[in-house]
Ligand binder design. Structure first.
Ligand SMILES: *Cc1c(COP(=O)(O)O)cnc(C)c1O
Length: 370
């Protein structure tokens, strides 16, 4: 991968991520929001996003200013009626965030609490949907980025469809890197953002929404700025964004999407991230680090490691010494276990991971942990 500014650190985090030079260079121009070329760019970006999940026949793409959470809140607020009741599997911080959003919106929530290392069980979803006829939706986080845990999307979607409810998927940290096929699964919405596995810069979320569901959601939103239906209608009518668009972010995303396609789309990105992740886990294991998740549940997105037991270890020093060597790691976010996280996503390859592993070994020596 091209890392143009050699002093710039490599971000091994869940976002913002390391991006390609071409992607950042796409931002070297100003665009007017009324300008036809910019509006064509938005349309092109939306159509590329839609095709990544094969939603052309059934869904539309609605972009939204802001970080990923803005798009999640917009989707939950717009696509779920005020009388809706939502089943939320909870196994980490992003699931908790969905619960919090729904609570603030005044929508009924039923929690399905899991251990942080436990994937969602589709059978459990089935029995909860059977037990409560008032449940209208299931809100699922595809990869819980808190740990890197991957949930089995297809069987869960099949259960939700079988029981006639609607599925909303927070695919923030998987979109573009793990396959999601809307011809195969039924989902009211799939949500993601510019700055994760698509390797754009942060600043724009988007919702791939089922057209019929969206058409029926005109009166739902609690919010003006986060009203997806209104955003979509305005865009349909004018080809423009409602309110100031994140022009540079859109331009960068257009280039990032071209690079995604040139790389070989979702399949190729999955292979590269899996290679990063396997290299990472194997190298860390050799140095005595223990991954938090079972291999079978690990998404090739971010890996959580138990903090070393060694008395000389502390995360702030570890972080700082790694940062000085050009690698930005991420603290753990678990409620129980002491952990830290290393991301596998972004414009990075096995060589970067290998260099990072050398830096870990050196850091351990510096800290007196070897
Ligand atoms: C990154 C992420 C989000 C959104 O976080 P923002 O900080 O608002 O961009 C939501 N869900 C998951 C699973 C994520 O990984």
């Amino acid at each position: 991968m091209s890392h143009p500014v050699s002093h710039a650190p490599i971000l091994l985090t869940p976002g913002p991520l390391t991006t390609r030079l071409e992607t950042r260079q796409a931002m070297m121009q100003d665009w007017g929001s009324w300008d036809q070329p910019f509006n064509a760019m938005t349309a092109q970006v939306c159509s590329a996003l839609l095709s990544i999940v094969h939603g052309e026949q059934s869904h539309v793409c609605i972009p939204l200013q802001g970080s990923g959470t803005f798009a999640v809140e917009a989707a939950l607020g717009t696509l779920i009626a005020k009388s809706g009741k939502v089943l939320v599997p909870v196994q980490g911080a992003y699931c908790e965030r969905i619960v919090k959003i729904l609570t603030i919106l005044g929508k009924a929530v039923v929690r399905y609490d899991l251990q942080e290392d436990q994937p969602v069980n589709p059978e459990q979803i089935a029995s909860m949907l059977r037990a409560d006829q008032a449940l209208t939706h299931v809100a699922l986080v595809h990869c819980e980025t808190t740990t890197g845990l991957l949930n089995p999307l297809e069987p869960i979607a099949a259960v939700v469809e079988r029981y006639g409810r609607q599925l909303i998927v927070d695919a923030m940290s998987t979109f573009g890197a793990l396959p999601i096929d809307l011809r195969q699964i039924r989902a009211a919405a799939v949500i993601s953002a510019s700055g994760k596995c698509l390797e754009g810069v942060p600043g724009m979320g988007f919702v791939i929404a089922d057209l019929q569901v969206l058409q029926g959601s005109a009166a739902n939103s609690h919010s003006l700025a986060l009203d997806l239906h209104d955003q979509w209608q305005y865009m349909q009518a004018t080809k423009q964004w409602r309110y100031t668009p994140p022009t540079h972010v859109v331009a960068a995303l257009q280039t990032a999407l071209e690079l995604h396609s040139q790389e070989g789309g979702v399949a190729a990105r999955a292979v590269r991230y899996q290679d990063n992740c396997s290299t990472l886990i194997e190298g860390m294991r050799q140095m005595g680090f223990v991954p938090y998740l079972r291999d079978a549940d690990q998404a090739p997105i971010i890996t959580t490691f138990h903090a070393p037991q060694h008395p000389a270890y502390d995360f702030p020093s570890f972080y700082q010494l790694m940062r000085e060597k050009g690698f930005v790691l991420y603290p753990g976010k678990l409620t129980r276990a002491a952990t830290f996280r290393i991301g596998c996503i972004g414009a990075i390859s096995r060589q970067d991971i290998t260099r990072m592993l050398h830096a870990v070994r050196q850091t351990m020596q510096e800290m007196g942990m070897d």
